[in-house]
Design a protein around this ligand. Structure first.
Ligand SMILES: O=C(O)c1ccc[n+]([C@@H]2O[C@H](COP(=O)([O-])O)[C@@H](O)[C@H]2O)c1
Ligand SMILES: Cc1cc2nc[nH]c2cc1C
Length: 337
């Protein structure tokens, strides 16, 4: 298990595997033979090469894709930073189990297995304007839950979350990791009005001031202004990297989960695709900081892995064309003069 101690987490982050250059070269050579003008499938070709590199094969697959939906509750919600009450987290977890949420419909459409992992919903994190959100032990436990949800043999992981108040934690993580004006990272989340966004901005500023003197290591930032579902997503991303499993990130919160890791080690997102850019204003900025170009911009702002699940359909298009198209020789089509 990678994350059972802080030093294992840090060691994993400093020893990131690279993609398989031979598999990428073989996949690129295949693309050059397929019946299309070179480069005409554009981003789809890049996605196929990305999957080839991480899966280490010329023709990558997506037969076993898993959507991991982590849920957690947040002490910072006492400050009225969400348009919804905290009990909605557990209620939505029940809705996921019953099959009634957007992610259920989208995962079925995208042929993804769903795993929902609620983490101690009855024990919200501490209010991080006045204490670390989690203890080191709590943060490590959540990292492990995320890591253990990623198993060898999966072809891709779709990351999602549910947690009332977690867009406040995400803003704090992004601001502490990448700096800049707090207001650039704070937005309406589930639907705050202007006064609400102002209050939320002050809460994030208070949190950053409270933790200002603490170390800025990835682990310290995750513990101090993160949350259980957020640490679990970070653990899943790290474990997926060790196993060579590509990850499709979802919205602002899943990207914020990797922000502290990426600020220290930018290559941590090399096996990640940004499924979409959400409507949360900080998400576009965060994607820039992470160096990720989103597959979709649909103005979605739901979370729960929904944007990543829709993006999976684009990935399927990329892998299907790459694997199934005929070559010029096979089809008897003349190649370029
Ligand atoms: O994915 C996003 O970018 C996104 C943007 C706004 C809200 N959300 C979802 O809404 C919740 C967080 O919003 P809030 O207002 O409670 O902080 C959480 O359950 C997220 O999944 C998600
Ligand atoms: C209803 C609801 C569904 C969600 N799914 C992810 N975040 C959510 C937040 C709310 C409020």
């Amino acid at each position: 298990m990678i994350s059972s101690t802080r030093s294992r987490f840090e060691a994993a982050l400093s020893a990131l595997p690279s993609p398989d250059a031979c598999a990428i070269a073989a996949a690129r050579a295949r693309q050059a033979q397929l019946t299309k003008p070179p480069g005409s499938l554009a981003r789809l070709e890049e996605i196929a090469l990305f999957f080839a590199g991480w899966q280490g094969v010329e023709r990558p697959m997506l037969e076993r894709g898993r959507a991991l939906i982590f849920a957690g509750n947040h002490g910072v919600a006492v400050h009225g930073v969400s348009a919804f009450p905290p009990e909605v987290t557990a209620q939505m977890v029940a809705n996921f189990a019953a099959g009634g949420a957007a992610i259920n419909a989208l995962a079925t459409l995208a042929d993804l297995e769903i795993r929902v992992l609620p983490i101690e919903l009855d024990r919200p994190t501490a209010d991080f304007t006045r204490a670390p959100a989690t203890t080191e032990a709590e943060c490590l436990a959540a990292l492990s839950i995320g890591a253990e949800a990623v198993e060898p043999g999966l072809h891709a992981i779709i990351l999602g979350e549910m947690g009332i108040g977690n867009s406040t934690a995400a803003a704090a993580l992004a601001a502490r990791s990448f700096g800049g004006a707090v207001s650039d990272w704070v937005g309406p989340g589930t639907g705050l009005d202007r006064d609400g966004v102002e209050r939320k901005t002050q809460v994030v500023a208070d949190a950053l001031a409270f933790h200002a003197d603490a170390p800025h290591s990835p682990f310290d930032t995750l513990c101090r202004v993160g949350g259980r579902e957020i640490a679990a997503m970070a653990g899943a991303v790290l474990r997926a990297r060790q196993l060579g499993i590509p990850v499709i990130l979802d919205g602002f919160i899943s990207c914020a989960a990797v922000a502290p890791l990426a600020a220290a080690t930018p290559a941590i997102v090399d096996h990640c695709l940004a499924g979409h850019c959400s409507a949360e204003p900080g998400h576009g900025l965060l994607l820039e900081k992470l160096g990720l170009e989103p597959l979709l911009r649909l103005g979605m702002r739901l979370g729960e892995g929904s944007g990543a699940a829709v993006a999976t359909l684009i990935v399927r298009a990329a892998l299907a064309t790459h694997a199934q198209m005929a070559t010029f020789a096979e089809a008897g089509v003349s190649s370029r003069a």
